[in-house]
Design a protein around this ligand. Structure first.
Ligand code: 2P0
Length: 350
């Protein structure tokens, strides 16, 4: 008998950014966050898990290379938590095979560059937890699985859902209420699209994990953000998504990206994730929106940047072609432009 399952999970891109932990072991954040999960075949992790009585230890391969599973590390924690859920199920159903007692071999692949600021840990841990849930035939909901993916990497909890997803920070010290919930499914607002401009696919300088803890320890602006800014933004952007109000969605998304990078700058020593090209893309989008607003129209595009220089531009489908043409015109070497929605054929922008 072969016990094996494969699952995949996509990257998500935050509009309200997660930055800061109140508990580094359980990965409990200092604020709520909200993201859009990308829904096409680009930017996914696919993971296969197998349990077998002949295995002598848990093992993990990432993109074909074996990685050490550190005792008590994040991967070990996720595997242990999933085995615990399986053991609960076996206790209820004594005829089920005792998979919780077997070691597992896990192989995961990304179809995009790892650690390029494109949130590979988010899709990676979400796919790992999904594949183990499938292997173990667990009845868990995506929100329940998000509690475990969160302990692999905070942002991974949001990749358990498609569409528009909030990670509620929760208040319980054990993390039992720090989970992902769906704000709206993808189908609710199919016109919204994300364009990824890969400014650089180098590995980033300061990892999110260490960067955000330095921010928690040194930034006074972060305290203002988590108390006085994010709670209101979460309400306003959730409403905007429900009403399909792109103007408000875009305004909040850009403000929150700006504040996240301001908080990074307010860290001691300061952290710089954007570069000159990132800032030039901001100017281009600001100008593009200004032309629309001056003519009495709405905001047509929103930029957002994570812990790296790459731009994500949210827009409505009707504007995608125009924005791609603008970016390629001003950044002609933009041969790395990703087109996650396949609007320009399989080779990216033509
Ligand atoms: C986010 N980022 O909300 C924010 C915006 C980066 C900037 O989630 O330490 O890789 O594994 O929990 O999840 C990056 O943080 O950090 C992140 P850990 P993670 O998407």
């Amino acid at each position: 008998m072969v016990y094996q399952a494969t699952a995949s999970a996509p990257v998500n891109i935050a509009c309200i950014k997660y930055w800061g932990k109140r508990d580094t072991k359980l990965i409990l954040p200092t604020n709520d966050s909200l993201s859009v999960t990308l829904d096409q075949d680009h930017l996914r992790s696919t993971t296969t898990s197998r349990a077998d009585p002949s295995f002598t230890k848990d093992r993990l391969w990432l993109n074909g290379t074996e990685e050490e599973i550190k005792p008590n590390g994040r991967t070990a924690t996720c595997i242990a938590e999933m085995k615990r859920l399986r053991a609960d199920l076996e206790a209820e159903k004594p005829n089920e095979p005792k998979l919780s007692q077997f070691y597992v071999h896990i192989a995961s692949k990304n179809n995009f560059p790892t650690a390029a600021g494109l949130a590979s840990s988010a899709s990676g841990f979400a796919a790992l937890v999904k594949s183990l849930a499938s292997l173990y035939q667990l009845p868990s909901t995506p929100s329940e699985l998000s509690l475990i993916a969160r302990q692999g990497s905070g942002s991974a909890c949001r990749s358990l859902f498609g569409g528009f997803v909030a990670w509620e920070m929760g208040s319980s010290p054990d993390g039992s209420d720090s989970l992902a919930v769906e704000i709206a499914p993808r189908e609710h607002w199919p016109e919204i699209h994300a364009l990824i401009c890969v400014v650089s696919d180098d590995k980033k300088g300061t990892s999110s994990t260490s960067g955000m803890q330095r921010t928690v320890e040194t930034s006074t602006l972060l305290q203002h953000r988590i108390k006085h800014v994010v709670p209101e933004r979460m309400k306003v952007i959730s409403e905007a998504i429900k009403k399909r109000d792109f103007n408000t969605f875009a305004k909040i998304t850009m403000q929150d990206s700006n504040q996240f990078h301001a908080v990074a700058l307010d860290t001691d020593p300061p952290i710089f994730y954007m570069n000159d090209v990132s800032r030039a893309i901001i100017s281009l989008i600001v100008e593009y929106n200004r032309v629309s607003v001056d003519a009495g129209g709405p905001l047509k595009a929103a930029y957002t940047y994570d812990a790296g220089p790459n731009a994500v531009i949210y827009t409505l489908k009707e504007n995608v072609k125009e924005i791609v043409e603008l970016v390629v015109n001003y950044f002609p070497q933009a041969n790395q432009f990703k087109d996650p929605f396949g609007l320009f054929g399989s080779d990216g922008v033509q």
